[in-house]
Design a binder for this molecule. Sequence first.
Ligand code: PLP
Length: 372
Amino acid sequence: MSGLNPVAAAESQAELIIDLAALVANWRSLAARIAPAACAAVVKADAYGVGAEQASKALYDAGCRVFFVAQASEGVRVRAVVGAEPAIYVLNGLIAGAGRLDPYVAHDLRPVLGSLEDLRIWSASGLGRSIKAALHVDSGMNRLGLPHGESLTLAGQVGALGIDLVMSHFVSSEVSADPLNAQQIAGFDAVRAAFPGLQASMANSAGLFLPQRPFYDLVRPGYALYGGNPTPDAPNPMRAVVTLRAPIIQTREIGAGESVGYNAQWTARRVSRLATIGVGYADGLLRALMGTDARIGGEAVVAGVHCPFAGRVSMDLTVIDVTDVPGGVRAGDMVELLGPTITVDDMAARAGTIGYEILTNLGRRYARTYRR
Ligand SMILES: *Cc1c(COP(=O)(O)O)cnc(C)c1O
């Protein structure tokens, strides 16, 4: 990415490599899976941390014509790179306040209307005559969207509001046997029947792999596009998009019984060789990845060897145990934190979280490279 100053580039800096070819391959494989339904791309939160502009442009070039963001400001960024043609829906809906509708008008963004208040604002604005919108119906999340009953009272009025899409969102689509999936689909089918003219959309990444195939007219994957596993109980069908490599800054040897890092949470059980790498929690390497005497934490891969984190993750630094790397390591060597060997889902499991949180925390200090 531009903006790297020469000093930063000369420092041995951690590097984040985003494989846009893999991103596009993931989108194409999902699109093929759900055809003839259309495949959108969810690019909220800076495209899950990988870069909204780069991801949206690559997906647009591959044929994607529908994008979802969370906030209008994100939609403005996407519009700037995809041009006038694609539909861009803003999931969080309208929030009352002066000027709130301006970006929708200036950048042709489509609000996802998720409450009677949203509908009131949209109706009063008269913008539905020139801008399309979606209707979000709540089928169980109790987060955004109109309750079923409320939504049914709107049948017949949606045309005047420019609404062309009715959508809902799964509670536990990644747990394919969860009975909630079938319940939500049945509820959504009932709502959809009340809006015969509208396109319908229900599935996120994991929803694309449900046995019920709830694809309707449009699907909304995010996580799977970025290489996350949409089927946590089966091998990951997606290609890895993110590689994170960090430089070794220093190495040292310590004796058995010596500790590493803040509050001495990790103790060497043998004479140990350690390497300090230049990445910490300020870069999104979650502190929950700390390796202590009580629990195994994160790991890095050095020359094919898995090396556990030793002690607490610091703000800018993390120590790894490289004792088992044959031939040792040197300052300047790069270690893998995410990539071909360590997946986003692996790192998340070790941090006790989900890969979504790993991706959306990817730091701003990395030297970013986009591969086509
Ligand atoms: C974030 C989001 C998605 C994408 O979900 P993934 O699990 O990342 O595929 C789809 N729909 C809605 C409403 C969302 O908020």
